[in-house]
Write a protein that binds this ligand. Structure first.
Ligand SMILES: *Cc1c(COP(=O)(O)O)cnc(C)c1O
Length: 372
């Protein structure tokens, strides 16, 4: 029995990926033990923040890093840093940024919802989001044309949530930022590569500790030294409402240490095999087509994509998703393409035998209704 079941809550099988609504990541035992120790001792928090920043920076190749409560907090804090530039009087005035250069330029196709709106996190940091271009088309002139002396930073979102086509590339946006002497903030919350964006010209790069890295609820911003010092200073201002706890900072450090030492390519291939096995065990279901698909944002994640022939099966993908959720254990699958009759199974958070439970539930739901 899980600790949550002891409260009368349902057991969850998470085949949907790193979803905040399900607790993001279940940390490894080593991480949990590290956190438990950290929670039972005192430490000078400012020194811990500095030390954690140093350690994280060494993994990312950036000059320094600032730990955060998560990537959403990372956006607010990065924006606040670019607006207030370390000035404590201004830091205390936020989120009211009247009179300061506070405009944050973002492509319209990047103004997405990750569980909450990206632009709301910008506002929380005192930024005024300036959305440029159209939802499906933004060009460099849209960005250049919006830059003025009230501009504080450019913000680029690297995520499967954004529009993938017709947007200005990361590289082009970095060039525009630097030609105009502006910092480029990148939200790479769920990305697996914790070096790439800083290396390729971003000034501040934001990651979630609870997603690819598999840590507890946490996050960090890595980047250029002075900008990072301005980020840390936000803990005397808006950052206080989103502070990272000592135990989650320590959990993040252990999780990153394990993450960078693992062979993530081998793990991805092993997960892919697990999905191929699941596909085989569902091959007898007549009204579905199964294929193994790589992540739409290009990350090394292979998911089993199940296309339901809704007419023949006499059930919609939405209904299948609902039935999976309502059972016990409750099974959560990815529903991003349910409107197209597609559900997909993400292998990353599955525990031993979860794939068999999923296959058996899908047989119960879809099995009896073949049109053979
Ligand atoms: C998940 C996500 C966030 C928020 O991350 P948290 O660590 O949960 O705060 C922000 N931006 C994007 C693109 C995300 O996918």
């Amino acid at each position: 029995m899980t600790i949550y079941e002891s409260l009368g809550l349902k057991k969850v099988i998470n085949a949907s990926g790193k979803m905040t609504a399900l607790g993001a990541s279940a940390v490894k035992k080593e991480v949990a033990e590290y956190m438990a120790q950290a929670a039972q001792e005192y430490v000078e928090i400012d020194s811990l923040i500095d030390k954690a920043g140093e350690i994280i920076a060494s993994y990312t190749g950036a000059e320094d890093a600032c730990v955060t409560l998560g990537a959403a907090a990372g956006i607010a804090i990065s924006v606040a840093a670019c607006i207030t530039k370390g000035n404590l009087k201004l830091i205390e005035q936020l989120p009211n940024s009247e009179g300061m250069p506070n405009e944050i330029i973002i492509q319209k196709g990047h103004s997405v919802n990750f569980g909450a709106p990206i632009v709301q996190m910008v506002s929380l940091g005192g930024g005024k989001p300036i959305e440029v271009g159209q939802a499906n088309k933004t060009e460099p002139f849209h960005i250049e044309g919006a830059i003025n002396d009230k501009t504080a930073a450019l913000l680029f979102i690297k995520s499967h949530h954004t529009v993938q086509k017709g947007m200005v590339s990361f590289q082009a946006m970095a060039d525009i930022a630097h030609r105009n002497n502006l910092p480029l903030i990148v939200d790479a919350a769920a990305e697996e590569d914790i070096k790439k964006y800083y290396q390729e010209g971003a000034d501040l790069v934001i990651y979630s500790g609870g997603k690819a890295i598999g840590g507890p609820t946490s996050g960090f911003i890595c980047g250029e030294k002075e900008l990072i010092s301005w980020c840390k200073k936000q803990y005397k201002g808006i950052g206080r409402a989103m502070k990272a706890s000592k135990e989650s900072i320590m959990g993040l450090l252990k999780a990153i240490e394990l993450y960078v030492s693992e062979d993530n390519h081998a793990i991805a291939l092993e997960n892919k095999k697990k999905m191929e096995k699941l596909a085989q065990s569902l091959a007898d279901l007549k009204n579905i087509n199964i294929s193994i698909k790589q992540d739409e944002a290009g990350r090394e994640i292979y998911r089993a994509e199940i296309k339901i022939n809704e007419k023949a099966a006499n059930i919609t993908a939405y209904d299948v998703i609902e039935k999976l959720k309502c059972g016990n254990p409750s099974i959560y699958v990815r529903d991003h393409y349910a409107n197209l009759g597609i559900i997909s199974i993400d292998p990353r958070n599955l525990k031993e035998n979860d794939d068999e439970i999923i296959a058996s539930r899908l047989h119960e739901i879809l099995g009896g209704k073949t049109n053979a």
